[in-house]
Design a protein around this ligand. Structure first.
Ligand SMILES: NC(=O)c1ccc[n+]([C@@H]2O[C@H](COP(=O)([O-])OP(=O)(O)OC[C@H]3O[C@@H](n4cnc5c(N)ncnc54)[C@H](O)[C@@H]3O)[C@@H](O)[C@H]2O)c1
Length: 449
């Protein structure tokens, strides 16, 4: 016997004139399964997607993983094994049958078209706007990882989908987990309440030794082991702008987001410098290993941003602000030395509380909002903070000072024009020469993209 589900009900209700109250009650109590089970589809079952899925399945109430999609079968299998192991004591939470395992570049559509309530979008970010837009079109709640795009057209697409999601009362979480982390949640509102006065300057850093090495199996295969250039770039996605957005976008977005959150504003322009100093081998694709950007705000204040992928150098991941009455220091651990407000009069506040896993909390809040029918939409600030990082990259690649408006309205796509029809035989936006070298941006020469 098939259970009536919410979507069937909504279809029928358009002619039956169901009152808003009844509809609200239904939205709170019944999901695709016809009861209070929230059915999840995972798209992009790599490291973060698998973890996000475990966190989604660990929220309160009935929740099930029912569909999974990945570009590559090996990734899908490994993820499903891992998720099953994590729920060995609650196997009913992982209910993916053979017909709901989808492999390939169109896997996202098949997952979204399945009978799911929420999708987790955790592919490399170049695909995100297309996947997000389709999920919203099909009426799915979304948890999507940051960044939500890699270029201005993608940001605009994500902003439009965010608005659509609001109108459809869909809930959207974005993986900027500092927004759900206790030390930030204690300190940022104090700043907004004026404890350090008006912010005049900020510094934000993600200076580190970098991420995983390319061309190292079993997932990051070498070119010889891949069937096409697209497959090669996708398996080594971090090093290609159209997939990753460069590390200022993929990683440093966290700190840029915190800076804009502290300031409660987005920059009006930026300028910066960057390049490839230590990571010059062609296997590192086309991205830079350092970016330094100065962002300017309407009131004359500024934010200095640095992100490096350089081993053996000063490293730090943190955010700092100077106000007219004091200073703020933030860092994603709860050490009171790292999370504090100090006023110029000598008083202050140090965060001494606990630091529960913000990756879990972001899912707890999203799923509670779905169950309670409350508004929940992080997509707009997720898209705007993505734009801040894209603006920074536009400045470091081109060497120009660029306004927010000019950047946001930029028409150049970094990604392929037609992502929904991309195949493994398509030509990617960047290709190597005979020596295997990719064109690397040259400040002063490269166009604003
Ligand atoms: N919030 C955080 O702290 C945090 C931490 C790590 C990663 N992330 C973000 O999560 C996302 C994924 O990162 P990751 O580290 O898990 O990468 P990953 O390489 O481990 O996983 C990506 C997965 O997506 C799959 N994939 C690629 N293109 C696809 C497509 N078109 N359709 C379906 N599947 C596709 C890959 O095969 C892979 O399994 C990125 O946006 C990254 O920035 C966020």
């Amino acid at each position: 016997m098939s259970h009536p589900n919410r979507r069937d009900f909504l279809k029928r209700s358009s002619t039956a004139a169901v009152g808003a109250a009844a509809l609200g009650a239904l939205q709170r109590g019944a999901f695709a399964a016809g009861d209070d089970t929230i059915r999840i589809g995972l798209i992009g079952s790599g490291g973060r997607g698998s973890q996000a899925c475990v966190q989604a399945l660990s929220t309160e109430g009935k929740v099930q993983l029912v569909a999974i999609g990945d570009a590559f079968e090996d990734q899908l299998k490994a993820a499903l094994n891992g998720i099953r192991n994590a729920f060995a004591d609650r196997p009913e939470r992982v209910a993916v049958d053979e017909d709901h395992k989808f492999v390939g570049l169109d896997a996202y559509r098949k997952v979204i078209d399945s009978d799911v309530d929420l999708v987790i979008l955790a592919t490399p970010p170049g695909f995100r706007p297309t996947h997000f837009e389709y999920a919203v079109e099909k009426g799915r709640h979304v948890f999507m990882e940051k960044p939500v795009a890699v270029d201005a057209p993608g940001v605009r697409q994500a902003l439009a989908a965010a608005e659509q999601a609001k109108q459809k009362n869909l809930k959207v979480g974005v993986g900027l987990q500092r927004r759900h982390q206790n030390c930030y949640l204690e300190i940022v509102p104090r700043v907004h309440d004026g404890e350090v006065g008006e912010i005049t300057a900020m510094r934000v850093f993600w200076n580190s030794g970098g991420v995983w090495e390319p061309n190292q199996g079993p997932y990051h295969l070498s070119r010889e082991e891949c069937g096409s250039e697209i497959e090669y770039q996708m398996r080594n996605w971090y090093y290609y702008n159209w997939l990753c957005g460069d590390h200022i976008c993929e990683q440093h977005i966290h700190n840029l987001d915190v800076g804009c959150w502290l300031k409660n504003a987005y920059p009006v322009s930026a300028r910066g410098v960057g390049g490839r100093e230590v990571r010059t081998d062609p296997k590192y694709g086309e991205i830079f290993d350092h970016h330094c950007v100065e962002y300017f705000f309407e009131d004359g204040s500024f934010m200095l941003s640095e992100c490096t992928h350089m081993r053996g150098c000063w490293s730090d991941v943190s955010e700092h602000a100077v106000g007219t009455k004091g200073t703020v220091d933030l860092n994603n651990n709860s050490n009171p030395r790292n999370n504090k407000i100090v006023t110029f009069q000598g008083s202050g506040f140090s965060y001494r509380g606990d630091n529960p896993n913000p990756y879990q909390i972001e899912h707890d809040k999203l799923f509670a909002a779905i169950r309670e029918g409350k508004s929940y939409n992080e997509a707009e600030y997720g898209a705007k903070s993505t734009m801040v990082s894209v603006l920074g990259r536009m400045c470091t690649y081109s060497g120009k000072q660029i306004s927010w408006e000019e950047a946001l309205n930029n028409g150049r796509r970094v990604t392929p024009e037609d992502i929904p029809n991309l195949t493994f035989d398509s030509t990617p936006p960047t290709v190597p020469n005979e020596q295997g070298e990719y064109p690397v941006p040259v400040p002063g020469v490269t166009a604003v993209t």
